[in-house]
Structures are given as C-alpha cells and as structure tokens.
Design a protein around this ligand. Structure first.
Ligand code: G4P
Length: 530
C-alpha cells in the first residue's frame, strides 16, 4: 500500500452524451472550476460534428487537436481529477466505448428538451456491462424541456438504471427559477440573462416556512413543496454504495452554458465518485493498491498527416507506480520495454512525466509495438480483460485493387485494425476480408491510409449485414450451423467464430432455430444477446 494516498486522491472519469447535449460545455466548466483553463471557449474539441462533414482529413486534423485534450487533469478540492475525452462524432463511437473501459466512473449529460437519445442508450449499455457508476446531469434547464418526473421515468426505462434526484428544478425554460439541492437542503436561484455563480446558495432546511415564497413566489413554492413531498415519499436517503455498484444514478439539473448547477455537480462528484477500482485480468483480480505496476492500452492515436506520422498509445495505470525509463514487461510480445518520453496532461499542457499512479493515463510514443488491450506489468504474465470488441454497424468487403500489393495490404489492414480503426473479419474457411466499422468515415480513413502508408490500393463492396454476434456451442452443433449458414460465418482476428446477421428478423430466427448456440454481443463472450 505504498501509494495509498496517491490512489485515494485520483478520480478518473469521462463525460458522455448524445452529440449536442452539452458535453463540451460541461467539460469546459469543470476545467474552469479546476483552474485548468482561464477563459470560456478554450475547449474546442468536438465542434467537428456540427458540420457533419464527410471530409475525413478535416476531421483527422481536428482529432489531432483533440489528442491534446484526450486526458485533461486538474485538481479540485484536494482530488486529482483525470477527465478522459470521448469523441463527439458518432462514427468514432467505438473509440468512446474503449475509453469507457479506462474510467472508474461516468457523468452522463442529457438534454432536457430531447430526453434520452440513441447514442446515450448505446453508451449506457457499455457502462451497464461494466457496472460503471454513473451520475446524470440534466442540462439546458433554461429551455422548455420535458417534465422532470417524466425525464426520470424515461431515463429509468430506456437506460435500465434506477435514478435518484439530488437536486430539483423550479420550473424550466423562461420560468426557470433555480434548483433546490435535496441533499443539502439549499436553494440556488437562477436569474435570466445573468450568469449564475454557485456562490449564492440559500440554506432552506424547511420548505414549509414563508422564506421560499419570498424568493420564488406563491405558485412555484407550492409546486416545489408538492414535488418534494412526492420525492420524499418515493426515495429513501441516498445510498452511495448503490451508486458505486452501478445500480443507482444520482441526478442533477442545471444549465451548463450558464454555469448553473455545475459546482454542485462537481462537489458531489469529488465526494462520491470512486477512486481507482480493482480490475480483472485473465489470471486474477488486481487491486489498485498493489505495489507492482500494471496497466493496459485502451486507445491508439495515429496521426495520418504524412508529415507527422506518429502514433500515441494511451496507457491506463491500474496498479503500482509507472516510472519513466524503467523496463516493464510487454506481456503479449514477451519483451521488456521502456519509455523515455511518456507524457501526461496537466492544465492542458503536455508534460513529460517521471512517474504516474493508478487512475492516471500516460501517452506513450509508439512505433507499432502496441495494440488495443495490450498489458504492461513488472514481470507478471497477465492480461487485462474487459476491453472487448462490440458489433460494428456497417460491413464491407475489402477489395484489393492491386494484386501485386497483396502483402502490403494484408499487413496494413492488420496493423490498422490493431489500432482499433475498424474490425477485421475473415470468411470462415476462406480468404474474403470483411471490415466492420461504426461509421462510414472509417472506410475512407482505411482506404486513405492503406494507400499512403502501405502503398496498397483498395476499394469496398457493401455487404448487407447489420450486426455481428460472437457464437459458441458444442462443436457438432456449431459445425452444422456453419454448414448451413456458410455465407454468414466469419472469424475475428483472434479466430473466434462470428455470425453476421442480415437483419433482426434473421438473427431472431436463427436464435429460435438454434437454441443450443449462444449468441454474444461482445468478443469476450461475456455478454449474451438479450
Ligand atoms: P456536445 O459537446 O455534447 O456536442 O455539446 P456542446 O457542449 O457543444 O453544446 C451543444 C450546444 O448546446 C451549444 O450550442 C451549446 O452552447 C449549447 N448548450 C450547452 N449547454 C446549454 C444550456 O445549458 N442551455 C442552452 N440553452 N444551451 C446549451 P451551439 O449553438 O451549437 O454552439 P455554440 O456556438 O454555442 O458553441
């Protein structure tokens, strides 16, 4: 327990949302509170999605900028907070899923006008798989949105998680008057056209007195009392353990752009969010408190600008102390490696780091030694699990336009898929290569990079699949299934069998017809299709 103090101090999390719900704005406000930036408008990262551009070079250029904001570290109330950025563009959703494997908790932003949106549902599924603790921030209360009770119900139903409001809004939109903090029993008032600072908390332990009427008026006081009665009737006192086990999400209301309700959220976050938690490897569970170093690679960023061709591998430290220039064991390659210029990010500055602790993320310059999920240790042979692949949404066959360059193409595709740009499947018993991605942009990226970096020209043939499911079963049954569905069976890079379904109807039919076969949504065979 050499590093207990360092570990206890750290909170590593991500903010997730459907594009436009306010993730960037909230990030910026957190950084302002943490003193990591001085002025609003400094966080630009995710604006790419706004233009819904299909110009991937432009997107890559901007992603390059956002590498600098991949991890934003700041101190707040004696805690060291590592905020891991997730890409705003939906085509890079797989990047986000992987980043979620490297955090200990999540803040989920929901737009009160739009409610729970599609992307939010997907991201939450990943959080649910890992029992990641989630705090929900319902944003844009300065707009006319859905009724807060309806929103809570929608969240519970669509995201399959219990909720508990820790603050409660008084009206919304034009009539938004503020939020009542249920936990601290205090009121924060919102004034139209004025930036609220959270210093104006008014203690209101007893809502039955006239004080609340003087502040918000008779009608709103009455409805707040009514709402609170309902809430007190439904919810028991907040149970932090239920939050930590990922079963209960505390909910806050506010307005990110007005900096309203953010401090409350951040104060609660530092109080309740978990410090680095134990993690599973293929051999045993590793506690963050262990003295020996271990960590895993959850993201690789390659710069596709030919003038600056560099790769950065992001290492999440899980136990012990990471040190610059010290030899560590690269488990998959079974070799010792050391890093002379690892860097971290403090106050948005890239700094060479001498040592780092569990919860920290360091960037390692990489010349092709890493792939997603690789584990580094102080000698022990173990690999972190729980960084699975999820089903892609678009499938295309890779067509080699230049047979003379077959070797280059194969090498290129293999390396790019190691980086996590896309997933590669190979026809079972054949050679056909199928690339699976979450968005169309990746196909352009692959085509471009294969040509630029490997000299291999390729094109794609669209395939009619909508989902990949990893399958398992007794060998005779599986062999029959393979014979019967030959065209739909492929192997992933590890040689696992995957069934590609054309539609939900086909998938359901095959599941009905083959009850002895298990269909999984992730490559680690941990999560069966619901
Ligand atoms: P994202 O990262 O989740 O995609 O969302 P982002 O923070 O970029 O916010 C999306 C839009 O919503 C932005 O407006 C932002 O100003 C606005 N917004 C964020 N929080 C609030 C809020 O509490 N109330 C209201 N009314 N709007 C909010 P934009 O016009 O698209 O961009 P910008 O020109 O303001 O930057």
């Amino acid at each position: 327990m050499k590093y207990a103090h360092e570990i206890e101090k750290r909170k590593t999390f991500a903010i997730i949302s459907h594009p436009d719900a306010g993730k960037t704005t909230l990030t910026e406000k957190f950084l302002l509170f943490g003193g990591a930036i001085q002025t609003a408008g400094a966080v630009k990262s995710n604006k790419i999605k706004k233009h819904a551009t299909s110009d991937f070079m432009e997107i890559e250029r901007q992603r390059g900028i956002s590498v600098a904001t991949s991890v934003m570290s700041f101190e707040y109330r004696d805690k060291l907070i590592n905020l891991l950025d997730t890409p705003g563009h939906k085509d890079f959703a797989e990047d986000t899923y992987r980043t979620l494997t490297a955090v200990d908790s999540v803040v989920l932003v929901i737009d009160c006008v739009k409610g729970v949106e599609e992307q939010t549902q997907r991201l939450m599924e990943v959080c649910r798989m890992r029992s990641t603790p989630v705090i929900i921030f319902i944003n844009k209360m300065d707009r006319d949105g859905k009724n807060p009770f309806d929103l809570l119900e929608e969240v519970e139903k669509k995201l399959n998680i219990k909720t508990q409001p820790l603050s409660w809004p008084i009206n919304m939109g034009r009539d938004f008057k503020g939020v009542y903090n249920i936990h601290n029993k205090s009121l924060l008032t919102f004034g139209a056209h004025q930036k609220a600072t959270d210093d104006d908390l008014i203690p209101l332990p007893d809502l039955s007195t006239n004080e609340i009427v003087d502040i918000v008026g008779e009608k709103d006081a009455a409805s707040l009392r009514e709402d609170m009665e309902l809430i007190n009737g439904v919810y028991e006192s907040f149970d932090k353990n239920e939050y930590l086990s990922g079963d209960l999400a505390p909910v806050f209301f506010g307005s990110a752009v007005n900096n309203f309700g953010i401090k409350d959220l951040l104060d609660t976050f530092v109080q309740i969010a978990p410090s680095p938690r134990p993690r599973m490897t293929d051999v045993r569970e590793v506690s963050a408190q262990e003295d020996k170093f271990s960590g895993f690679i959850f993201k690789i960023h390659a710069n596709i600008d030919p003038r600056h061709r560099d790769r950065v591998a992001f290492l999440r430290i899980c136990s012990g102390k990471f040190e610059r220039n010290k030899f560590f064991h690269h488990v998959r390659l079974d070799k010792n490696v050391r890093f002379s210029n690892p860097y971290t990010f403090l106050a948005r500055e890239k700094n060479v780091v001498d040592d780092a602790y569990p919860g920290d993320v360091v960037g390692l310059f990489d010349t092709g030694n890493f792939k997603i999920g690789d584990t580094l240790t102080e000698g022990e042979n173990m690999t972190y699990v729980g960084i699975p692949s999820f089903s892609p949404e678009i499938f295309k066959e890779l067509v080699n336009n230049d047979p003379m360059k077959t070797k280059q193409m194969e090498k290129g595709v293999s390396q790019l898929t190691d980086e996590g740009v896309a997933q590669l499947f190979t026809q079972h018993g054949g050679n056909r290569k199928i690339i699976g991605c979450v968005g169309d942009l990746q196909f352009e990226v692959i085509q471009y990079r294969l040509l630029q970096e490997y000299g291999a020209a390729c094109s794609f043939r669209t395939l009619p699949y909508y989902k990949a499911c990893w399958i398992k079963g007794e060998s005779t049954i599986i062999n029959d299934f393979i014979r019967f569905k030959q065209n739909n069976i492929v192997e992933d890079k590890e040689g696992n069998l995957v069934y590609l379904a054309e539609s939900e109807w086909y998938l359901n039919t095959e599941r009905r017809n083959n009850p002895a076969i298990k269909f999984y949504v992730t490559s680690d065979f941990k999560h069966e299709l619901p």
